[in-house]
Design a protein around this ligand. Structure first.
Ligand SMILES: NC(=O)c1ccc[n+]([C@@H]2O[C@H](COP(=O)([O-])OP(=O)(O)OC[C@H]3O[C@@H](n4cnc5c(N)ncnc54)[C@H](OP(=O)(O)O)[C@@H]3O)[C@@H](O)[C@H]2O)c1
Length: 210
């Protein structure tokens, strides 16, 4: 499957590069095309760059690797192009000082995103993991495989995203319908707090033990 990456920053370039190594045809895009070109050059394999619109047109699955606020604006514009496609949402809607979630309890970033593109199959994933883990292309820390919690309302879309998660070597944990993003998003805040606030650094992750 072709994966379009919108936003070639820390998350976009690292997940995109890893997906390319794992056999996905990856199309990097960004506002600044040069950033997408650099990401594609660094990723190599079967990857290239394109404008955001062209990347989305071509791919069946799209990774929305931009800040939450930018995502809302962008999606209003991309709505017709995203119809029927899978949209992976790794965003974290944080307060300006990163100390809290900007929304929760009665909604989530993923649900707000899905409201803008109701005919797109939104799947929450990857938001609880630091970009440096993706950049390392190593999902295992001290023998523990990091879990990627994912949530969505469309069964087939969830299977495709679970396949990507597993292909990267993570433990894919089905966490329920899209509304379960209300549970997953606070976990990202805990990760940030442990990593930065409490000094554990960014080579950390959660493992779900069954
Ligand atoms: N960094 C982490 O460890 C981490 C972990 C989990 C989840 N996340 C989430 O992942 C998302 C991306 O984070 P990041 O760290 O990769 O951010 P980043 O390094 O700042 O990259 C952001 C990307 O978004 C693009 N962008 C910004 N505003 C835009 C707009 N209005 N329209 C179109 N594109 C826009 C930028 O484009 P240009 O290159 O053209 O400027 C850039 O490619 C965020 O929602 C974040 O909460 C981050």
């Amino acid at each position: 499957m072709k994966l379009a990456v919108i936003g070639s920053g820390n998350i976009g370039k690292s997940i995109g590069a890893w997906a390319a190594v794992s056999g996905y045809e990856v199309i990097f895009s960004a506002r600044n095309l040069q950033h997408a070109q650099e990401a594609a050059e660094a990723a190599g394999h079967n990857s290239r760059s394109a404008s955001i619109i062209d990347a989305v047109k071509e791919a069946g699955m799209v990774l929305l690797a931009v800040p939450y606020g930018a995502a809302l604006e962008l999606l209003a514009e991309l709505k017709p192009l995203l119809q029927g496609k899978i949209l992976i949402d790794p965003t974290n809607a944080l307060t300006a000082d990163y100390s809290g979630l900007a929304l929760g309890f009665t909604t989530s970033a993923a649900e707000e995103i899905a409201k803008i593109v109701p005919e797109t199959k939104v799947v929450k994933a990857f938001n609880t993991i630091f970009a440096s883990i993706f950049a390392s292309q190593n999902p295992i820390i001290k023998g523990n495989t990091i879990s990627v919690f994912y949530a969505g309302d469309n069964k087939d879309a969830k299977s495709e995203v679970a396949a990507l998660i597993s292909k990267l070597g993570f433990d894919a944990v089905d966490s329920g319908p899209l509304a379960a993003s209300r549970n997953i998003e606070p976990l990202a805040l805990l990760n940030i707090s442990l990593g930065y606030g409490l000094g554990h650094g960014t080579s950390i992750g959660f493992t779900f033990v069954r």
